[in-house]
Design a protein around this ligand. Structure first.
Ligand code: ADP
Length: 449
């Protein structure tokens, strides 16, 4: 087992990893940018090292600074969290070459699944359904138009190296497709350092259903059921739940088996997520695999009782999985809301600033994963996630009722957050009925204007 782990991240996920390490008896090293000096993750870790300026490139993405911090503090493992360097194959390789264990999959798996086109090709060969579209990066507009004619509009242009819902454009005709191609290529180059884009069929009114997988170094791979992440804005998740109202035991078995097959095809080791879109006819298609722990992992932890971060750490230490597929049982229902520093009434514009009043909900059925407290300054440099509010109950209705009262208790002022939007969603009959599609929020907001 590890003796000391450096957490190459900030915010709630850094705290989440520190907590798991403490419970496993592992010492922790926090890293922080100049602006995060007084952040909670710094206070909770055994040691802390400043790794640079406020901008992510100067600190949390600064590989030389991170590796130096790891060497100075003599850690034997690095946990990357999510975002930042968590899906950077180069970083995983550097950790390996410094004899520090990267707590995640191999650089090869990260690289393979980090390319959505390569990932689609791999899983298709393994017999997993994929969305029809280009099989390689689109080189020019003629190729894009040819693919669109074959698969029919609407189509979506996506960056092969994309993530975080960015770099995607839905197109309904040739004119839009041609302009989307250039914009997506430029955006992809700027954001992901990879200009490759591709065209695939745009599935209308789908649900986003993803499967949590765990795989150890001895070749055991299993899934922990699904998360429904259909409630999104601009292709970014806001609310996640487990289990999904759209998945019954039979479908869960089928999709779960294919998720495991996808992980095996990528020689995957560690915790990972296989993402699918489920269409109106009940057909589902692989979209991508995320080779890291995800923001929404707590809903799976609640319904399965498995601590995913501890499993990740044990797997990286060479231990075999503590459970088998048949041991996985789903109990009750869990929902997570991402409390973001954004103004939902103003097109989700960022809302940084100082939080002067803070009170977080508690009680039966409530978990809050956050780095925020009264007096916390929300920096403008990083993503807008302030807290994850997770609630649960014996069934979906119970989990929703706990969520409603927890949202009512939450005080996070004076900045704008997504809380008012969630209050609206949890009192919406369509949400209660579980009739969800990825354009749910757009429709809800249109309806109230
Ligand atoms: P990212 O890696 O940026 O998160 P994904 O490929 O995981 O991108 O897709 C994110 C979201 O974008 C999906 O959950 C879905 O809402 C939407 N999306 C992606 N591809 C399609 C598609 N072919 N048809 C419809 N929606 C899509």
């Amino acid at each position: 087992m590890f003796s000391k782990i450096l957490i190459a991240n900030r915010g709630e996920i850094a705290i989440r990893v520190i907590r798991a390490c403490k419970e496993l008896g592992i010492r922790t090293v926090a890293v922080y940018s100049e602006v995060d000096r007084s952040s909670l993750h710094v206070r909770l870790a055994d040691e802390a090292v400043c790794i640079g300026g406020p901008k992510a490139e100067q600190s949390y993405l600064n590989i030389p600074a991170l590796v130096s911090a790891a060497e100075i503090t003599d850690v034997d493992g690095i946990h990357p969290g999510y975002g930042f360097l968590s899906q950077n194959a180069h970083f995983a390789e550097i950790c390996d070459s410094c004899k520090i264990t990267f707590i995640g999959p191999s650089a090869a798996s990260i690289r393979l699944m980090g390319d959505k086109l390569a990932a689609k090709d791999l899983v298709r060969k393994a017999g997993i359904p994929i969305i029809p579209g280009s099989m390689a990066a689109v080189q020019n507009k003629e190729e894009a138009l040819k693919t669109a004619r074959r698969i029919q509009y609407p189509v979506i242009v996506k960056a092969a190296g994309g993530g975080g819902g960015r770099g995607m454009r839905v197109c309904h005709n040739d004119v839009r497709l041609i302009s989307a191609l250039t914009t997506c290529q430029t955006e992809a180059e700027a954001n992901f350092g990879n200009r490759d884009v591709f065209v695939e069929k745009y599935i209308e009114e789908p649900r986003h259903i993803e499967f949590q997988v765990l795989a150890d170094q001895a070749g055991h791979t299993l899934h922990l059921g699904e998360r429904d992440c259909t409630i999104q804005r601009r292709h970014q998740k806001l609310i996640e739940e487990a289990p999904s109202t759209a998945v019954d035991a039979k479908l869960r078995r089928k999709m779960g088996e294919l998720a495991v097959r996808a992980a095996k095809a990528a020689n995957y080791v560690s915790a990972g997520t296989v993402e699918f879109l489920l269409d109106r006819d009940g057909d589902f298609f692989f979209i991508e695999m995320n080779t890291r722990i995800q923001v929404e992992h707590p809903v799976t932890e609640v319904v399965t009782g498995v601590d995913l971060i501890k499993e990740q750490i044990r797997i990286a230490a060479g231990e075999t999985l503590s459970l088998k597929q048949d041991d996985v049982a789903l109990t009750g229902h869990a929902i997570e809301c991402r409390i973001n520093a954004e103004d939902p009434a103003n097109d989700f514009s960022p809302s940084p600033g100082r939080i002067t009043a803070y009170y977080q909900p508690g009680g039966q059925g409530v978990r809050v994963d956050t780095h925020v407290c009264a007096g916390y300054d929300v920096p403008p440099y990083y993503d807008s996630l302030l807290a994850k509010l997770i609630t649960w109950g014996d069934n979906r209705e119970a989990a929703i009722r706990v969520m409603q009262r927890a949202l009512d208790e939450y005080v996070l002022e004076p900045i704008r957050t997504t809380i008012p939007l969630y209050k609206q969603i949890f009192s919406d009959p369509t949400f209660w009925r579980g009739q969800l599609t990825t354009d749910y929020i757009e429709r809800l907001l249109e309806g109230t204007e």
